[in-house]
Write a protein that binds this ligand. Sequence first.
Ligand SMILES: O=P(O)(O)OC[C@H]1O[C@H](OP(=O)(O)OP(=O)(O)O)[C@H](O)[C@@H]1O
Ligand SMILES: O=c1cc[nH]c(=O)[nH]1
Ligand SMILES: [Mg+2]
Length: 219
Amino acid sequence: MPAPIHNLSLENSIANQYVAELRSVDIQQDPMRFRQNLQRLGEVMAYEISKTMAYQAKTVETPLGEAEVALPIEQPVLATILRAGLPMHQGLLHIFDRADNAFVSAYRRHHKDGSFEINLEYVSCPELEDRTLIIADPMLATGASMAMTIEALSVYGQARDIHVVVAIAAADGIEHIQRMHPRVHIWTGAIDDELTAKSYIVPGLGDAGDLAYGSKIQD
Ligand SMILES: O=P(O)(O)OC[C@H]1O[C@H](OP(=O)(O)OP(=O)(O)O)[C@H](O)[C@@H]1O
Ligand SMILES: O=c1cc[nH]c(=O)[nH]1
Ligand SMILES: [Mg+2]
């Protein structure tokens, strides 16, 4: 049995407004708002994931006495995939403000026939053994970039829990991750059914990296 999918669109919450604005062809003309909506979604997801973590009772001294509070036992490792993952990563880091961080560069290298392969070139990662790992990337299309990232990070130790956080997941991408990495929890703002011939999510939102940071020369 693969780990459960957490689809935020199944419940009414403000997260649905952030996803709607990310998708909107008009609102996404404002790159600052696009990045901010990704960041806000990262913050919401971090809050949801924080409910699944382990806590321990601690005593906090106030100016007037002592308060009993349940505090997280550990800080997670927050990982992201350049470029498009950066704003969601920042949102996660706002909430898990003492987290360690990992960065991976992965991008699609396109061939003339329309096919592409994922190029994974740069990895920077702390020790992962027995830790909670949260990997953010707004788009889970075929799932190839995320699956390669999980494999690349596994070299740094076996994380106890792995959470993948995305704004929009394609059904194909979810299937790929569940097949390759069944232990991984997927948190998504929405699930879309289709991919184009070039593996863009439909209706999706377009190219998240370009919308956040501008177009790039295709490799
Ligand atoms: O599930 P997949 O089929 O692998 O596609 C998803 C990947 O595509 C996008 O990155 P992209 O390669 O466009 O790089 P960018 O962030 O530099 O735009 C996105 O941010 C994911 O990393
Ligand atoms: O729909 C998609 C698929 C991959 N990358 C994106 O930015 N959007
Ligand atoms: Mg892109």
